[in-house]
Design a protein around this ligand. Sequence first.
Ligand code: ACO
Length: 424
Amino acid sequence: MTKYIDTKITDKETEHSLPVLDGTMGPSAVDIQTLYTNEDMLAFDPGFRSTASCKSAITYVDGDEGVLLYRGYPIEELAEKSTFEEVAYLLMYGELPSETEYAQFTDTLGDLSLLHDQVLSFYRGFRRDAHPMAIMVGVVGALSAFYHDRMDMSDPEQRELAAYRLVGKMPMIAAASHTYHIGRPIRYPRKVLGYAENFVQMMFGKPHVEYEIDPILVRALDRILILHADHEQNASTSTVRLTASSGANPFACMAAGIASLWGPAHGGANEAVLDMLTDIGRVENIPDAVARAKDKKDPFRLMGFGHRVYKNFDPRATVIQQSAKEVLNHLGLDDPLLEIAMRLEEIALEDEYFIERKLYPNVDFYSGIVLRAMGVPTNMFTAIFALARTVGWVSHWLELTAEPHGIDRPRQLYVGPTLRHYPK
Ligand code: ACO
C-alpha cells in the first residue's frame, strides 16, 4: 500500500499529500516531485544530505551500520573472494558472471585495452610536471573526439561498447599519465595479463629490463580496485549522472567524474593523508595534530577521517588496514608512517570530539600506505582511485542511459537582490 506524508503549509492553509517510496533496503523517500507544481514551493537541501537524487539498484551503503553491498554482495566477501574484473562485471550487469561470461568479458576488455596511437600525442602536449589527474581529465575527455562514430546512446550495443572502451582503456590511460610524468616511454597492455597485472607492468615496467610481476602486490592492488569500484551517489558519480542526463558524450561524462574525484574532500584524500602523516612526522607530534583538527579556528582536518555517509567504521577501511599489514610484511618494510597512522587512529577514536561527531577512519586512511609500500608515488593515488571508480561511473551511466529521466536541473533558493534598474 502506498504511504503518504501530509504537508501543511500554515500560512496558506493548504494541505498536500506526498507519496512515500520504499526501496528494497534503507530509508524510504518522500516523493516531492509535485511539490513545486502543487504548492509553488521547493525543497531546500544543499549538499543533498536528505535527498535521493535517483533510484539505483547498484550499490547499497548503510552508513550507521558500516555496511557496503555491491548488487547485494558484502564488500568484505568480494574483497576476499573475487577479482576486480568479476566485480566490474557484477556492477555493470547486476549478477556475477558464469565462467563463459567472465572469459568473454575479460577477452573484450583486453581487445579494447589499447589506446589509439594518436591519443599519445595528447600526453606530449602536457607539461612534464603536470599532475596525473590533470592529464587524465584531459585525455579521457579527448577520447570523445576519437569515438564519435558510434555514439547513438539510444542503442544498447553502442552504450555497451562505450562502457567497455572506458573500462578497458583506463589502465593504460592511468599508467601513461605516470610514465609520461617521469619521462619513461609509455608501455602497452598485454592481453594475456589481468587488469591489475597490466596496470602494474605499464606503470612500473621499463623498456630495457624484464618486469617481474609480484602476485602479492597485484592482489593488494586488485583489492584496492575492488574497494573503490563504487560507492553509490558520491560526488563524482553524481557528477557523471548529472552530466549524462543532458545526453553528453560518455567520455566527456567520465572526464567530469574524474574532475570531481580529484578534490581533497573526495578522491584526493588518500594523497592528503600521506602528506598529513609526513607532516606529523613523529608519534610524539600526534596530540598537536589532533588539537589542531579540533580547533574550529584552524582549517586543518584529520585527513582520512570522517565520511558523509559512514557514521561508523568504513568497512573498506578494515579490509585495507589488513592489506597494509600484509603488504608491509611481504616487502619486509617497516614504514614509520604506518605506526603514526595506527597511533593516530587509536588516539582519535578515544577522543570525545571524534566520538561525538562519529568520525572514523575512512578507506583513504590506509590505502595510501599500501600504495606507498608498493612504490606508487603519492600523486598517482587519486589516479588509481579513478581507475577503479571508472567501473562504478560506467555502471551508473549504463543504468541512467537505459532509462533516461530527462535532464537533471536543480532549483535554488534565490537570496540575491530583488528587481532593480540600471542607473542612468
Ligand atoms: N577532522 C576534524 N573534524 C572533522 C573532520 C575531520 N576529518 N571531518 C568532519 N569534522 C567535523 C566538522 O568540523 C564538523 O564539526 P562541527 O559539527 O563541530 O561543525 C563535523 O565533524 C561534521 O562534519 P561535516 O563537514 O558536516 O561532515 P561532512 O559529512 O560534510 O564531511 C568529509 C565529510 C568531507 C569526508 C569530512 O569528514 C572531511 O573533510 N574529512 C577529511 C577528508 C577525507 O578524508 N575525505 C575522504 C572521504 S572518503 C572518500 O571520498 C572515498
